[in-house]
Design a protein around this ligand. Sequence first.
Ligand code: KQY
Length: 363
Amino acid sequence: MSRTHESTPRADGFRMPGEHEPQQAVLMAWPERRDTWREGAGPARQAFAAVAAAVNEATPVIMCVSAEQLQTARSMLPDSVEVVEIPCNDSWMRDIGPSYVVDDRGGLRGVDWHFNAWGGEVNGLYEDWSLDEALAEKVLQKRGEDRYRAPLVLEGGSIHVDGEGTCITTAECLLHPGRNPQLSQAEIEDLLRDYLGVEKFIWLPRGVYNDETDGHVDNILHIVGPAEVVLTWCDDAQDPMYDICRECLKVLEAEQDAKGRSFTVHRLPLPGPLYISEEEAAGIEPSESMKRSTGERLAGSYANFLITNDRVVFPLLDPAQDEIARTILRQIFPHREIVGIEGREILLGGGNIHCITQQIPAG
Ligand code: KQY
């Protein structure tokens, strides 16, 4: 039985753990939208199934699926992946699922943020996000987990935490008028302090170039452990990413985490640059708000990986860079298996492996 608490996680002694901490399961949602996923979402389903299989070897996966897709999903997923009937408007579990918080006594609760399709009336990507908005509560109810309803529009991909009091985010996203225009930066920090149990905020100026989420932090940087991050890096001075990653590095070098430690910053090469091909663009059904045209720059990044128990599952995006990224990740995570999964189809939808997964901590 799930109960909604009127207090806040901080008041009740809860905090959001880092992704590097132990996990009991990983949530995902099955892709269907024809204006996000090409060719009726068939290739995306293969990609999601491959990610689910790779994650499931380290951590049990729970896949949320609409009634219409139950049979297809069941037939494409390993038997040990749990399939539950919970529909969504699109399939970015990081952004629509609960952000889990834990306490010191093994307690586990979910934070249910408001969701408005990455910008609502201002620049949202679709008009009806009611199923996405309802998903976190349905997941918590189904699992019998307690809930906090946070009075803030926020996607899980727009924050990273270290579990030790630090939150890294981007000003481009959290201060965008499409989210919480009535709140100041200080008021947003106050709410995040209460709902994530953090003390210290690091505000990166911008996320990856041409990212339709308004620069989610999870596409440019990943916290890999206390005071240690990977940052997407670009050495081509002609590329818009050149300045963006240097601005981020400057902030990280000038800041300390909540415990006063300076950051170790590992650089991950940028794949590509990657662009939508004519064939890919032709397979996506046109819609009002999501524009997909031939030659458009894709917001590809190796930083969009998932850390899940003894594995790191990262997107393969560019044969010229994939092995370099894998080698760097191996050095950063010597005790975890580094598994690469084809990420192109997920990237065409506007995100990658971190964006389609949401870990449930061990609690
Ligand atoms: O970056 C993410 N966490 C999600 C990407 C959403 C893309 C919507 N088309």
